[in-house]
Ligand binder design. Structure first.
Ligand code: ADP
Ligand code: ZN
Ligand code: ZN
Length: 747
């Protein structure tokens, strides 16, 4: 191949330009250019200089040669994409729908080369006799600086450069003159910015329990296969999943391979990280949103250069350029944060599966409350299932009380706290033990319920709760059904029916009223605005600086507080009323995780679940920590209603300047799709205005497509991309279309 032409993706996120443009490679660049490199090219009529990525190098001419323009330069400050990363971007675009350039930006979390940090030392190369001679020749007054340096070198043969220029106050000119005389040498080594804790003493591995041992052996066997596939590790909170991961990683490292560990950002605490540092020392690194660009860049570089065995981090850690990836672990795999909210709206679990397959690597998903998707696959034999039933060292599960808040109201208790919760909380205060109160805030905005009987206003067609919109109407955002706001309960006639609102701040105030001398810490979006707030509040609580920690779901994620013996869920069913088919699953997960916080130490824990729906299966099974029973009921419901994981679902969102345009475009797509998909028998729901129907003056219209096969939905997406989005040369459009496969949040 002569490598004459390059197909290049222009770095502009626009559907119209989202295809390769062909350029000629000038002779001198031919041996240098590699696929994935960033280049500068002339673009458009004005030949404006643009950036682009080389998708392919070829000898195949697609246009008239005379019309081709030349590549101007290779941008050597940019990081080039390796072929496999480029392939991944192409796959993600195809799978999730986005422009190729957006997909490329996603898989390339660091775009620019950042200046390397260097560590310089001054090394003595002259013999000690020569050094002695040089010292004798110095005039103590005129060559004082030179003398200081030589005398230090007499003691230590290598000195940090900054120490010499700083503390010893020796000028660079003096250093240079000694270098010229070949008395010293300046040694430069690359120094990586390292955000991790250093010099942690390495701990011996723990002795695994029988159950842990079995899981490790089982998964190790799976890892021997050519395509190991996915193992699901279902273990109750505190059963020692992390120890299983660590043991598996050790095996992978022994084989000269590397591991990626995904952890939800919120659970990336010092506590968790320390457990890895203590086992693997500085062969572990971490990526998180608080790193500087330089730090982030250096972590990828350390991985690329073979200086790391393990990368820990949220989603973006998946794109770590390891040379020989052996294992991907996704902890708390059920967490919603593994789904990207930006285009391409990918799920880390799916992308990990793709990467693991390509690299012949293994994959382990871990959770106390696996997502329905993963457990369904495990049951169908697509995933290998391993279970841990016991807490380590037989620590006991807490005792749980379900409190019916309708009864509390009947007996005259209008406060947020049930009699039982107050009783147990008072006990804790007497014994100096700690309590966590959490309010399940997700989805609370809008749903309307009766405080007397617990009735929730639902759509007659969809079995989801209606949302109260700002205009006062109730609306179903699955089908668009609308009705006026109710003024009394349709079930019992009570006037106590309203949109439910109870924030953490309200709860704090109420608690202070009841217990004036109590010490409270609060954790929610308001109190965690700064970088370190989250960690600071958690460690203050761990150090016993407060009796009670009040918070949103943030506080229930995997922290060990040995002195917490009481957990209260203030309004456990708030998330149950989110108008979303995940509502029961989320509620179950949150309550199970929350209950897992109580009694982690030697003391037995208690959990109070306050609810208006005490008989709801998600609440009953969470109280008894019974995942199996929950799964059986929930999957039955998903089957009946054709929801994921039994069916697949694609949300298509249209963003437009006017409501009318959004509606028209949506209808045009739906009509076309219905024709095109007649045979496939896909169901289309909507279009309807989104829950939040306008943000910053942009209207949002949404519809859903459901089908058993995800590929049918991908075809629907392809059809929309080809028929609705503008083609080359067409005028640009004023609206935007976004795709979300198996959405984690409904719109
Ligand atoms: P999970 O990740 O399943 O919630 P962890 O791995 O955090 O559970 O384990 C819970 C606690 O039990 C931790 O404090 C951990 O150090 C301890 N633990 C787990 N397995 C062992 C073991 N084999 N030997 C000693 N301690 C263990
Ligand atoms: Zn409806
Ligand atoms: Zn009622």
């Amino acid at each position: 191949m002569q490598r004459k032409y390059a197909n290049i993706i222009i770095d502009i996120s626009h559907e119209k330009l989202d295809r390769p443009f062909q350029y000629r490679i000038p002779e001198p660049l031919r041996p240098l250019l590699i696929e994935g490199m960033e280049v500068t090219i002339p673009f458009g009529n004005g030949n404006k200089q643009r950036k682009g990525y080389v998708l392919e190098i070829t000898d195949q001419l697609d246009y008239d040669e005379s019309r081709l323009k030349d590549i101007i330069a290779i941008n050597d400050k940019a990081i080039s994409m390796e072929a496999k990363i480029l392939t991944l971007a192409v796959w993600m675009k195809q799978q999730y729908g986005s422009t190729l350039i957006t997909a490329m930006r996603t898989v390339l979390p660091v775009k620019k080369k950042i200046k390397e940090n260097q560590y310089k030392t001054i090394v003595l190369i002259a013999s000690r006799e020569q050094l002695g001679q040089l010292i004798l020749k110095c005039n103590p007054y005129r060559n004082a600086a030179r003398l200081r340096l030589l005398q230090e070198l007499m003691k230590l043969q290598e000195l940090p450069y900054t120490l010499v220029t700083g503390k010893l106050n020796v000028s660079p000119a003096v250093i240079r003159s000694l270098e010229k005389q070949e008395a010293i040498e300046i040694k430069t080594t690359r120094e990586y910015r390292n955000p991790t804790v250093q010099n942690v003493s390495i701990q011996q591995p723990l002795i695994l329990s029988e159950e842990q041992q079995q899981a490790v052996m089982g998964i190790r066997q799976v890892l021997q296969q050519e395509y190991p596939g996915v193992a699901l590790l279902h273990g109750i909170t505190g059963s020692g999943k992390t120890e299983v991961y660590i043991e598996l990683i050790m095996g992978v490292i022994r084989e000269g391979k590397q591991a990626i560990v995904l952890i939800p950002e919120i659970a990336l605490t010092f506590q968790t990280l320390m457990r890895f540092y203590e086992r693997f020392g500085d062969r572990v690194s971490v990526l998180h949103s608080k790193l500087s660009d330089g730090e982030r860049f250096d972590q990828y570089e350390r991985a690329r250069n073979g200086l790391l065995d393990i990368m820990i981090g949220p989603r973006s850690a998946l794109f770590t350029p390891f040379n020989n990836l052996g294992l991907i672990i996704i902890d708390e795999e059920h967490e919603g944060t593994y789904k990207s909210e930006k285009m391409p709206k990918y799920h880390a679990r799916e992308v990990a599966e793709y990467i693991a397959h390509k690299e012949h690597a293994g994959m382990v998903l871990g959770s106390a409350t696996p997502s329905l998707e993963s457990y369904y696959k495990a049951k169908n034999g697509q995933y290998h299932l391993y279970e841990l039933h016991k807490r380590y060292a037989d620590a006991v599960l807490p005792t749980t009380y379900i409190i019916d808040m309708r009864e509390e109201l009947k007996s005259g208790n209008k406060s947020f706290f049930s009699g039982k919760l107050k009783e147990l909380l008072t006990e804790r205060l007497l014994h100096g033990e700690q309590t966590m109160l959490f309010i399940n805030r997700r989805g609370y905005a809008g749903f309307v319920s009766c405080r007397e009987c617990g009735y929730v206003v639902k759509c007659p067609h969809c079995d989801v709760s209606m949302s109260q919109h700002r205009n006062g109407k109730l609306i179903c955002h699955y089908c668009g059904y609308e009705q006026p706001m109710v003024t009394s309960c349709p079930d019992c006639g009570s006037k106590y029916i309203a949109g439910f609102r109870a924030g953490t701040e309200r709860i704090e105030q109420e608690l202070k009223k009841e217990y004036p001398s109590i010490q409270i810490l609060r954790m929610d979006a308001d109190t965690t605005k700064n970088r370190d707030d989250y960690e600071r509040i958690l460690s203050a609580f761990a150090n016993g600086e407060a009796d009670v920690l009040i918070g949103t779901q943030m506080i229930v994620k995997g922290h060990d507080f040995p002195n917490v013996t009481l957990v209260g869920a203030i309004a456990a069913d708030l998330s149950l009323n989110a108008s979303d088919y995940h509502a029961a699953e989320r509620t179950f997960q949150l309550l199970t995780q929350a209950a897992g916080r109580a009694g982690r130490g030697q003391k037995r824990g208690e959990v109070v679940i306050q609810t208006y729906q005490p008989k709801h299966y998600s609440i009953v099974h969470a109280a008894s920590q019974d995942y199996q029973s929950f799964y059986e009921e929930e999957i039955g419901y998903r089957m009946l209603a054709d929801y994921p994981p039994v069916f697949h679902m694609l949300a298509v969102q249209i963003f437009s300047k006017t409501e009318q345009e959004g509606n028209e475009v949506a209808k045009r797509i739906v009509t076309g799709l219905k024709l095109k998909m007649q045979q496939a028998n896909a169901r289309i729901i909507g279009p309807a205005p989104a829950v939040i129907s306008k943000i910053k003056d942009i209207y949002r219209t949404v519809f859903y497509i459901k089908h058993e096969e995800n590929t049918t939905l991908i075809h629907a997406k392809d059809w929309i991309e080809q028929n609705i989005l503008p083609k080359n040369g067409e005028k640009t459009i004023s609206y935007e279309v976004q795709f979300d496969f198996d959405p984690v949040n409904m719109f």
